[in-house]
Design a protein around this ligand. Structure first.
Ligand SMILES: [Cu+2]
Length: 155
């Protein structure tokens, strides 16, 4: 407890040393089947000053990219983007059907319940790099939004 207070005091005195540049919440990864070599990682990002997500890496994947979804000739497709701006004071949500972190060249299947470490590489306005690592929980394949009941047809 005392350590924690000391640490908080230090952080307040020396904001440059503050570790959490970006507040990352609800990180999760979609579970994979044994044939799948890629999956998405999702989370909410909130920053107090403008930051840019310029990349990511994870011990479970050979290649990690930042992806967006875009409509091409009427078909929703995902594609890699070099960076994603995180405006200050706003929550940027990485979620299914939108921005996500793509874990590719997976070294092993990711069953639900597993934990995956993901390191985000961020850049501030002074082009200074910051890295933040989160532990994301692997959730079942059909995870999207909060579970919906009554999905059967009309009565
Ligand atoms: Cu993707």
């Amino acid at each position: 407890m005392r350590n924690r207070i000391a640490l908080l005091a230090l952080t307040a005195l020396f904001p440059l040393f503050a570790q959490a540049e970006v507040n990352i919440s609800e990180p999760w990864v979609r579970a994979t089947t044994s044939q799948q070599k890629a999956t998405g990682a999702f989370m909410k990002l909130e920053t107090s000053r403008p930051m840019t997500l310029i990349g990511a890496r994870s011990p479970v994947a050979g290649v990690v990219e930042v992806h967006e979804m875009a409509t091409e000739a009427g078909v929703m497709k995902m594609r890699a983007i070099p960076k994603l701006a995180l405006p200050a004071g706003k929550v940027t949500e990485l979620k299914p059907g939108s921005y996500h972190i793509m874990l590719m060249d997976l070294k092993a299947p990711l069953p639900a319940g597993e934990k995956v470490e993901i390191t985000l590489v961020l850049e501030d306005e002074q082009q200074q790099r910051h890295e933040q690592t989160v532990t994301a929980e692997v959730r079942p394949l059909n995870s999207t939004a909060p579970a919906q009941r009554h999905q059967h047809g009309k009565h």
